[in-house]
Design a protein around this ligand. Structure first.
Ligand code: PGA
Length: 250
Protein backbone atom coordinates (compact mmCIF):
# COMPACT_ATOMS: atom_id res chain seq x y z
CA UNK A 1 0.00 0.00 0.00
CA UNK A 2 1.23 3.49 -0.82
CA UNK A 3 2.97 5.02 2.17
CA UNK A 4 4.86 8.11 3.16
CA UNK A 5 8.36 6.84 3.85
CA UNK A 6 11.55 8.36 5.19
CA UNK A 7 14.30 5.82 4.55
CA UNK A 8 17.88 6.27 5.71
CA UNK A 9 20.76 4.60 3.94
CA UNK A 10 23.78 4.64 6.22
CA UNK A 11 26.08 3.07 3.58
CA UNK A 12 29.50 2.22 5.09
CA UNK A 13 29.34 4.73 7.93
CA UNK A 14 29.16 4.88 11.75
CA UNK A 15 30.88 2.79 14.39
CA UNK A 16 28.90 0.44 16.60
CA UNK A 17 28.38 2.96 19.40
CA UNK A 18 27.17 5.69 17.07
CA UNK A 19 24.89 3.24 15.25
CA UNK A 20 23.38 2.20 18.57
CA UNK A 21 22.81 5.81 19.62
CA UNK A 22 21.20 6.74 16.31
CA UNK A 23 18.74 3.83 16.24
CA UNK A 24 17.90 4.36 19.90
CA UNK A 25 17.19 8.04 19.34
CA UNK A 26 15.06 7.45 16.25
CA UNK A 27 13.15 4.59 17.85
CA UNK A 28 12.34 6.77 20.85
CA UNK A 29 11.01 9.56 18.67
CA UNK A 30 7.35 9.83 17.79
CA UNK A 31 6.94 9.24 14.06
CA UNK A 32 4.24 11.46 12.51
CA UNK A 33 1.04 9.65 11.74
CA UNK A 34 1.04 7.92 8.36
CA UNK A 35 4.84 8.01 8.03
CA UNK A 36 7.06 4.92 8.06
CA UNK A 37 10.77 5.03 8.81
CA UNK A 38 13.22 2.55 7.29
CA UNK A 39 16.88 2.40 8.29
CA UNK A 40 19.26 0.55 5.98
CA UNK A 41 22.14 -0.26 8.31
CA UNK A 42 25.45 -1.99 7.64
CA UNK A 43 25.04 -5.78 7.94
CA UNK A 44 27.13 -5.91 11.09
CA UNK A 45 24.59 -3.80 13.00
CA UNK A 46 21.35 -5.26 11.68
CA UNK A 47 20.66 -7.55 14.62
CA UNK A 48 21.40 -4.88 17.21
CA UNK A 49 19.44 -2.24 15.30
CA UNK A 50 16.45 -4.52 14.88
CA UNK A 51 16.36 -5.31 18.58
CA UNK A 52 16.56 -1.62 19.47
CA UNK A 53 13.95 -0.61 16.91
CA UNK A 54 11.48 -3.32 17.87
CA UNK A 55 9.79 -1.02 20.40
CA UNK A 56 8.68 1.34 17.61
CA UNK A 57 6.37 -0.34 15.12
CA UNK A 58 6.99 2.37 12.56
CA UNK A 59 10.74 1.95 12.40
CA UNK A 60 11.90 -0.89 10.16
CA UNK A 61 15.47 -2.06 9.73
CA UNK A 62 16.67 -2.93 6.23
CA UNK A 63 19.70 -4.72 4.82
CA UNK A 64 21.71 -2.70 2.30
CA UNK A 65 22.53 -5.81 0.36
CA UNK A 66 21.52 -9.45 0.07
CA UNK A 67 22.56 -12.31 -2.19
CA UNK A 68 20.09 -14.02 -4.47
CA UNK A 69 20.99 -17.56 -3.31
CA UNK A 70 19.59 -19.14 -0.15
CA UNK A 71 22.99 -20.11 1.26
CA UNK A 72 26.31 -21.59 0.12
CA UNK A 73 29.89 -20.78 -0.84
CA UNK A 74 29.61 -17.01 -1.38
CA UNK A 75 32.30 -15.56 0.85
CA UNK A 76 31.40 -12.21 2.32
CA UNK A 77 27.76 -12.27 1.30
CA UNK A 78 24.59 -12.39 3.37
CA UNK A 79 21.46 -14.34 2.49
CA UNK A 80 17.75 -13.79 2.92
CA UNK A 81 17.73 -16.80 5.25
CA UNK A 82 20.21 -15.09 7.56
CA UNK A 83 18.22 -11.88 7.50
CA UNK A 84 14.98 -13.69 8.23
CA UNK A 85 16.61 -15.53 11.13
CA UNK A 86 17.25 -12.20 12.87
CA UNK A 87 13.88 -10.73 11.95
CA UNK A 88 14.93 -8.45 9.06
CA UNK A 89 12.32 -8.26 6.29
CA UNK A 90 13.41 -5.15 4.34
CA UNK A 91 16.28 -4.80 1.88
CA UNK A 92 17.70 -2.45 -0.73
CA UNK A 93 18.42 -3.73 -4.23
CA UNK A 94 20.08 -1.99 -7.15
CA UNK A 95 21.64 1.00 -5.44
CA UNK A 96 23.83 2.78 -7.96
CA UNK A 97 26.88 2.22 -5.76
CA UNK A 98 26.30 -1.54 -5.89
CA UNK A 99 25.78 -1.36 -9.64
CA UNK A 100 28.85 0.78 -10.23
CA UNK A 101 31.49 -0.28 -7.65
CA UNK A 102 30.50 -3.92 -7.29
CA UNK A 103 29.50 -4.59 -10.87
CA UNK A 104 25.98 -5.77 -10.05
CA UNK A 105 24.30 -6.43 -13.34
CA UNK A 106 20.56 -6.07 -14.10
CA UNK A 107 20.11 -9.86 -14.28
CA UNK A 108 21.66 -10.31 -10.82
CA UNK A 109 19.41 -7.56 -9.45
CA UNK A 110 16.44 -9.27 -11.03
CA UNK A 111 17.34 -12.52 -9.24
CA UNK A 112 17.77 -10.66 -5.96
CA UNK A 113 14.37 -9.04 -6.38
CA UNK A 114 12.81 -12.46 -7.01
CA UNK A 115 14.47 -13.99 -3.98
CA UNK A 116 13.31 -11.18 -1.73
CA UNK A 117 9.78 -11.10 -3.05
CA UNK A 118 9.46 -14.87 -2.81
CA UNK A 119 10.61 -14.80 0.77
CA UNK A 120 8.33 -12.14 2.14
CA UNK A 121 10.64 -9.13 2.08
CA UNK A 122 9.79 -5.55 1.30
CA UNK A 123 12.26 -4.49 -1.37
CA UNK A 124 13.42 -0.96 -2.07
CA UNK A 125 14.43 -1.12 -5.71
CA UNK A 126 16.76 1.73 -6.68
CA UNK A 127 17.04 3.20 -10.14
CA UNK A 128 18.40 6.41 -11.61
CA UNK A 129 20.50 7.80 -14.41
CA UNK A 130 24.07 9.16 -14.57
CA UNK A 131 24.71 12.80 -15.49
CA UNK A 132 25.72 11.99 -19.06
CA UNK A 133 22.37 10.33 -19.69
CA UNK A 134 20.46 13.20 -18.11
CA UNK A 135 22.36 15.67 -20.28
CA UNK A 136 21.53 13.71 -23.40
CA UNK A 137 17.86 13.76 -22.32
CA UNK A 138 17.61 9.98 -22.31
CA UNK A 139 16.92 9.70 -18.58
CA UNK A 140 13.37 8.41 -18.96
CA UNK A 141 14.24 5.57 -21.32
CA UNK A 142 17.27 4.73 -19.12
CA UNK A 143 15.10 4.35 -16.01
CA UNK A 144 12.40 2.52 -17.99
CA UNK A 145 15.03 -0.05 -18.98
CA UNK A 146 16.20 -0.48 -15.39
CA UNK A 147 12.61 -1.23 -14.37
CA UNK A 148 12.09 -3.57 -17.30
CA UNK A 149 15.37 -5.44 -16.72
CA UNK A 150 15.07 -6.11 -13.00
CA UNK A 151 11.49 -5.55 -11.87
CA UNK A 152 9.01 -6.23 -14.63
CA UNK A 153 9.38 -10.00 -14.45
CA UNK A 154 7.27 -9.82 -11.29
CA UNK A 155 3.60 -10.67 -11.29
CA UNK A 156 1.23 -7.85 -10.53
CA UNK A 157 0.41 -8.86 -6.96
CA UNK A 158 4.13 -9.10 -6.17
CA UNK A 159 4.48 -5.35 -6.74
CA UNK A 160 2.78 -4.90 -3.37
CA UNK A 161 6.08 -5.58 -1.64
CA UNK A 162 8.11 -3.23 -3.85
CA UNK A 163 9.09 0.34 -3.10
CA UNK A 164 10.87 2.15 -5.92
CA UNK A 165 13.58 4.69 -5.12
CA UNK A 166 14.48 7.07 -7.92
CA UNK A 167 18.02 8.26 -7.28
CA UNK A 168 19.68 10.22 -10.08
CA UNK A 169 23.36 9.38 -9.75
CA UNK A 170 24.39 12.99 -10.32
CA UNK A 171 22.53 13.95 -7.15
CA UNK A 172 23.88 11.25 -4.81
CA UNK A 173 26.34 12.58 -2.24
CA UNK A 174 27.08 15.59 -4.43
CA UNK A 175 24.99 18.22 -2.67
CA UNK A 176 23.16 18.75 -5.97
CA UNK A 177 19.52 17.79 -5.56
CA UNK A 178 17.11 17.20 -8.40
CA UNK A 179 14.61 20.04 -8.34
CA UNK A 180 11.17 19.12 -7.02
CA UNK A 181 9.93 19.49 -10.61
CA UNK A 182 12.60 17.12 -11.97
CA UNK A 183 11.81 14.57 -9.25
CA UNK A 184 8.07 14.86 -9.88
CA UNK A 185 8.53 14.44 -13.62
CA UNK A 186 10.47 11.21 -13.22
CA UNK A 187 8.24 9.83 -10.47
CA UNK A 188 5.20 10.46 -12.62
CA UNK A 189 6.94 8.72 -15.48
CA UNK A 190 7.81 5.70 -13.31
CA UNK A 191 4.20 5.48 -12.17
CA UNK A 192 3.05 5.61 -15.77
CA UNK A 193 5.43 2.78 -16.70
CA UNK A 194 3.95 0.70 -13.87
CA UNK A 195 0.47 1.55 -15.12
CA UNK A 196 1.37 0.45 -18.64
CA UNK A 197 2.93 -2.81 -17.51
CA UNK A 198 0.46 -3.67 -14.74
CA UNK A 199 -2.59 -1.51 -13.96
CA UNK A 200 -3.58 1.91 -12.73
CA UNK A 201 -4.47 0.47 -9.33
CA UNK A 202 -0.98 -1.02 -8.91
CA UNK A 203 0.58 2.23 -10.12
CA UNK A 204 -1.49 4.21 -7.68
CA UNK A 205 -0.53 1.97 -4.78
CA UNK A 206 3.22 2.06 -5.40
CA UNK A 207 5.41 4.12 -3.09
CA UNK A 208 8.13 5.98 -5.00
CA UNK A 209 10.93 7.61 -3.03
CA UNK A 210 13.34 10.25 -4.22
CA UNK A 211 17.02 9.96 -3.27
CA UNK A 212 20.00 12.21 -3.88
CA UNK A 213 21.11 14.93 -1.46
CA UNK A 214 17.81 15.05 0.42
CA UNK A 215 18.31 17.40 3.38
CA UNK A 216 16.11 19.08 5.98
CA UNK A 217 16.21 22.21 3.81
CA UNK A 218 14.76 20.59 0.67
CA UNK A 219 12.74 17.61 1.97
CA UNK A 220 9.36 19.26 2.38
CA UNK A 221 9.43 20.78 -1.11
CA UNK A 222 10.31 17.41 -2.64
CA UNK A 223 7.79 15.47 -0.55
CA UNK A 224 5.01 17.90 -1.42
CA UNK A 225 5.06 16.73 -5.04
CA UNK A 226 2.14 14.51 -6.05
CA UNK A 227 4.17 11.45 -7.03
CA UNK A 228 6.96 11.75 -4.44
CA UNK A 229 6.08 9.54 -1.49
CA UNK A 230 9.20 10.16 0.54
CA UNK A 231 12.96 9.94 0.42
CA UNK A 232 15.92 7.59 0.51
CA UNK A 233 18.45 9.62 2.42
CA UNK A 234 22.19 9.01 2.69
CA UNK A 235 24.33 11.67 4.36
CA UNK A 236 21.53 13.48 6.16
CA UNK A 237 20.30 10.25 7.77
CA UNK A 238 23.51 9.82 9.78
CA UNK A 239 22.57 12.54 12.21
CA UNK A 240 19.46 12.10 14.38
CA UNK A 241 18.50 15.76 14.35
CA UNK A 242 18.68 16.17 10.59
CA UNK A 243 16.94 12.88 9.89
CA UNK A 244 14.18 13.71 12.36
CA UNK A 245 13.60 16.97 10.50
CA UNK A 246 13.27 14.98 7.28
CA UNK A 247 10.84 12.54 8.93
CA UNK A 248 8.78 15.56 9.94
CA UNK A 249 8.84 17.10 6.44
CA UNK A 250 5.69 15.45 5.10
P1 PGA B 1 22.75 11.09 -0.31
O1 PGA B 1 22.61 9.54 -0.68
O2 PGA B 1 21.49 11.49 0.42
O3 PGA B 1 23.97 11.18 0.57
O4 PGA B 1 22.91 11.84 -1.58
C1 PGA B 1 21.39 9.00 -1.10
C2 PGA B 1 21.55 7.53 -1.43
O5 PGA B 1 22.53 7.16 -2.07
O6 PGA B 1 20.69 6.69 -1.06
Amino acid sequence: MRQKIAAGNWKMNLDSQKARELVTELSNTMTPSGVEVILACPALYLDMANTLASKNRKVHIAAQNVHDKDNGAYTGEISHEMLTSIGIKYALVGHSERREYFGEKPSFLRDKVSTLVNNGFTTIFCCGEPLKVRKSKKHKSFVAKQLKDSLFHLKEDQLKSIIVAYEPIWAIGTGVTASPAQAQEMHKFIRSEIRKKYSSQTAKNLSILYGGSVKPANASQLFSKADVDGGLVGGASLNAESFKKIINSF
